[in-house]
Ligand binder design. Structure first.
Ligand code: ATP
Length: 430
């Protein structure tokens, strides 16, 4: 084997049903790793590797190369860790896929809808990875499933602080994940559902409704069903949000990763026809620190503006007059019940649009550009339930001149003038 210039190469011969797990060092200066399949067959999170092609993984990547039949691979560069594991839950995950595929076949025969699956569990149990695996397997057998992303902290589809849905038409790219084309995205505004649980539940219902409407007109989408990725918050209101999601999406299957109590609670609280299945987590799933999660969120926003790997975007920077836009925050701060106006409940305040007066404190905030029509009062009603058409970041505010400078993926003018403020900030270091 000819190693890539300047890089050490290590060969791994993997027996059948084992996986090579490796991590690339984190940090900007860290060296990338390359992976090449030499013989046999192997996959990375459900996507097959091509032989003699070098796959590159950047700083911080945590990867498993699994083989059903046995294979040999080369790793070029020095990984932070690399080891082979014989103990993986992949067979159980494959069986889960097979069971879902049976349900799709039956749906096809009986002219019904395919499985709607919710994947739940605490943080760092591999929920996103299981979703990716099941979606890639489904699409590899010709299905067109939908990914519903409810993890507002670590969204695989859009920037943090959003919930979204994406039709999956091809397996995830080994290096880049699913191709994100025309996702349906809603503004939530923060990285934990707890900041506004009413809004979170409302948006879950919006996604469920749009998905159901699509299923009515698109048979393939209906048979393909959906895989719902959820947040790792599984107690209190977080748990209630899972129950709400199961009901609004009318899920048929719930996959609980590595949490027996959650499994028992869901079995108790969901209708008996919902199949609740407990699955082990993979020993390979790596725990991520708060710092690591924050960096991943920042990176996701950077990617939105500047592109990813081979694709470089050139964002625009321009001034927006305060008078040309309307900025809102969704949800008024909660006030004691006794102080609420007559006939109003706390629920109403959580979904209320609160106008934001632009000031210096707007700097670095991410703003969603709502797709809601620009009309006055009448349109305000639909803003919470309207999808987002893009995001901008405020980079400078000039209160004297009544303008703000924004970073935008598209040139001026803004496509719409209703902006929703996120708690999330992004400092552009480029
Ligand atoms: P979150 O708490 O953010 O929702 P999660 O439960 O969705 O996390 P994942 O994002 O799926 O967890 O996995 C965490 C990390 O572990 C990811 O970087 C993923 O690439 C890695 N990982 C998952 N499975 C394996 C494995 N078998 N071997 C090595 N790394 C893995």
């Amino acid at each position: 084997d000819v190693p890539a210039p300047g890089k050490v190469s290590t060969r791994y011969d993997l027996e059948k049903e084992t996986e090579l797990r490796f991590e690339v060092e984190a940090g900007e200066a860290a060296e990338q790793l390359e992976l090449e399949l030499l013989t046999g067959m192997a996959e990375v999170f459900g996507s097959e590797l091509n032989r003699n092609k070098k796959y590159t993984f950047g700083p911080g990547s945590k990867i498993a190369v699994f083989t059903w039949q046995g294979c040999s691979v080369n790793l070029y560069g020095k990984p932070e860790v690399a080891y082979v594991s014989k103990d993986t839950p992949m067979l159980l995950y494959l069986n889960t896929h097979a069971a879902l595929e049976q349900m799709r076949k039956q749906a096809e025969r009986d002219n019904e809808r395919g499985p709607r699956v919710m994947v739940v569990g605490p943080t760092d149990v591999g929920k996103s990875t299981v979703c990716r695996l099941l979606l890639s397997y489904a699409v590899r057998v010709g299905r067109r499933p939908t990914l519903v992303e409810l993890d507002v902290g670590q969204s695989g589809v859009s920037v943090p602080g959003t919930v979204s849905a994406l039709c999956i038409e091809r397996p995830a790219d080994v290096e880049e994940g699913f191709s994100v084309q025309a996702p349906l995205v809603y503004h939530f505004g923060s990285t934990t559902p707890g900041t506004n649980i009413k809004l979170y539940n409302k948006l879950t219902s919006c996604l469920a409704e749009v998905f159901s409407q699509r299923c009515e007109v698109n048979r393939k989408a209906s048979v393909g069903g959906c895989i719902i990725n959820t947040c790792g918050w599984v107690k209190g209101s977080g748990y209630q949000a899972l129950v709400h999601c199961a009901s609004t999406f009318q899920v048929d299957v719930v996959l609980v990763l590595d949490h027996e109590r959650l499994y028992n609670e869901l079995k108790r609280d969901l209708p008996h026809f919902v199949r609740v299945v407990l699955l082990p987590k993979s020993g390979g799933v790596v725990e991520r620190s708060k710092e690591c999660r924050r960096e991943a969120r920042d990176e996701k926003i950077r990617e939105y503006f500047y592109g990813f790997r081979g694709v470089t975007f050139y964002p625009f920077s321009f001034e927006v007059r305060f008078s040309d836009v309307r900025i809102y925050k969704i949800g008024a701060p909660s006030i004691p019940d006794s102080c609420l106006p007559l006939g109003m409940s706390q629920d109403d305040t959580q979904l209320k649009l609160v106008p934001v007066t632009p000031g210096r404190d707007l700097t670095y905030h991410v703003l969603s550009v709502s797709s809601a029509e620009d009309g006055e009062e009448g349109a305000r009603k639909g803003i919470v339930e309207s999808p987002v058409c893009g995001f901008i970041v405020v980079t400078y505010v000039d209160t004297q001149a009544q303008v703000m400078k924004v970073l935008s993926p598209a040139p001026r003018p803004l496509p719409r003038h209703t902006l929703l403020i996120m708690d999330i900030r992004f400092m552009d270091m480029k």
